[in-house]
Every structure is written in structure tokens, then in C-alpha cells.
Design a protein around this ligand. Structure first.
Ligand code: ZN
Length: 126
């Protein structure tokens, strides 16, 4: 049984496209899902410490108990929780990746952008 982990938005429109993408990307059967409205904004702002601790605790369970092989952080078009334009949201994803890498140095952590056609793109890091 192989797992990866996604930190996604609650938005129902992005769940299936992201899961399908990650099953192929990490060659896994199961994708553990951690959802918050605008999770990329929460992790980049680093203000809402209660939400961040909750996300990190769920991530820890996925990594330790399911031996998750990779983590993805998602931003998407028309997000109610993070209404910022795409360019800003990509920055939020990059900052979120940096925060997660401070916690987990050996696991692969990637960013995903879901566009207005609900197509998934991997965020290129700068
Ligand atoms: Zn959203």
C-alpha cells in the first residue's frame, strides 16, 4: 500500500483532478487528504497558528503512519479561501513548500496549480 499526501482546498471541484494527478505523479494507490479553505494562503501567511498546527499534525500522521512518499500543496482558480490571482497564489504555494521543508527534509514536496479548466499543473520552483 503506497500513500502520498495532499494539502488541498476544501473546494469539491479540485479533489478528483488532484487525486488523479498525484496517483500518477507519485505512483501511489492512495492520496491522504488534508483540506482547509485556501490552505496555500494559510501556510504562506503563517498567521493562523491553530490551523497550521492542525495541518502539520495531520501531515505527521500521514507521513508516520502511512509512510507517505510525497507531499503536494495546492492552489486553484476561483478559490473562495484564497481569492488572490494566480501569480500571487503561486508565491503562496512556494512559501508553503518552504515551511513544510523546514519540518520534513527528506520527503519530496511539490506544488500544484489547478487552472480554470480544472487541469493540474506542477509549480516550477524558482
Ligand atoms: Zn479553494
Amino acid at each position: 500500500m503506497l500513500f502520498c499526501t495532499v494539502i488541498n482546498c476544501i473546494d469539491g471541484r479540485v479533489q478528483l483532478p488532484v487525486i488523479s494527478y498525484l496517483q500518477k505523479r507519485f505512483n501511489v494507490k492512495y492520496v491522504d487528504s488534508i483540506t482547509e479553505a485556501g490552505s496555500n494562503l494559510i501556510l504562506s501567511e503563517r498567521k493562523n497558528t491553530v490551523s497550521i498546527q492542525s495541518i502539520l499534525e495531520r501531515l505527521r500522521i500521514s507521513i508516520e503512519n502511512h509512510n507517505s512518499v510525497g507531499v503536494a500543496i495546492v492552489g486553484h482558480h476561483d478559490c473562495a479561501g484564497n481569492p488572490a490571482p494566480q501569480d500571487d497564489q503561486i508565491m503562496h504555494i512556494q512559501k508553503a513548500i518552504q515551511l513544510l521543508r523546514q519540518q520534513y527534509k527528506s520527503i519530496e514536496i511539490i506544488g500544484l496549480w489547478v487552472d480554470n479548466n480544472w487541469k493540474v499543473h506542477e509549480v516550477i520552483e524558482n
